[in-house]
Write a protein of this length. Sequence first.
Length: 308
Amino acid sequence: MRRFPLLPEYRAAAELWLDPEQDTAPVTAQDAACTVLLRDSPQGVETYLCTHELRSPFGSVAFPGGRVIGADDDPIPWSGPTGKQWASLLQEDVGDARRAVMAAARTLFVTTGVLLAGRRSDSTIATSGGHDWMSVREEVAAGERSMAELMVERRLLLRTELLRPMARWVTAQFVHRRFDLRCFLVILPERQEPSPLRSRDRPGAWVSPEQVLRARRDDTGFAAAARSGDPGLTAREALGGAEPHPDLHRLLTPFTLLLLEDLAGAGSAIAAAAHRPHLVPRMARLDRDDDGQLCFAVDRRSGGRRRR
């Protein structure tokens, strides 16, 4: 069993869940998707993390993502696997699989500006210059324009083959807002670079999975800070500067840390994308550590690097 400190923002929900006088039942998990965006760098493989709202089921710092919405059902010009093929890949029915793919592509575009689309099935467009892409992202984020409308207006194909299934996580039962989260991996397309959505003012940054995990191993105060309820640094402090804060790992949930473990040690982004996906749903549960302190617990079989 792997155990992780309970982040301070989850403490109140955990105590309510354990209160014997409360008749608490888990809320239904909403369908959602996230994207593990990768690039190669002189320091090795890097992934893009961004900030989320406080008490988000994703965690205050996590991969780009969000919940499935009604517009994710709209017909859209796309290339890559068909809906039936995606259903087979994700081990789900056609509707759920298609919506997960759409939600991953949409939230990646809204959150980072990275658009998995091209004029043809063998190209991707540049999302800088020529068009006011920030305004388009704002419209999609506000529901004023759908991804399907965007593809038709710009005569683009959504390149779903650029998404690779990676994992599936379900938010712990005691959390008040829960997601059934499909995780996809994407290698950063040429001529694109992520940037925060202007209206949400939530910073993001490229990070080295190995450096984040090394900082966590070397930080003996991590568990103590989480137990005390001291939130420490904020998400903005962790990702708002030119370089990610070395204590970034204090803000990461178990699912983010375990996905970073999957990426650590990969020689390249392509090598990381070639790992076999782990699509059996995984969920952290509420537990106590050896000192009796509340923590997250995950079965050891859920973690570790995926092999081909």
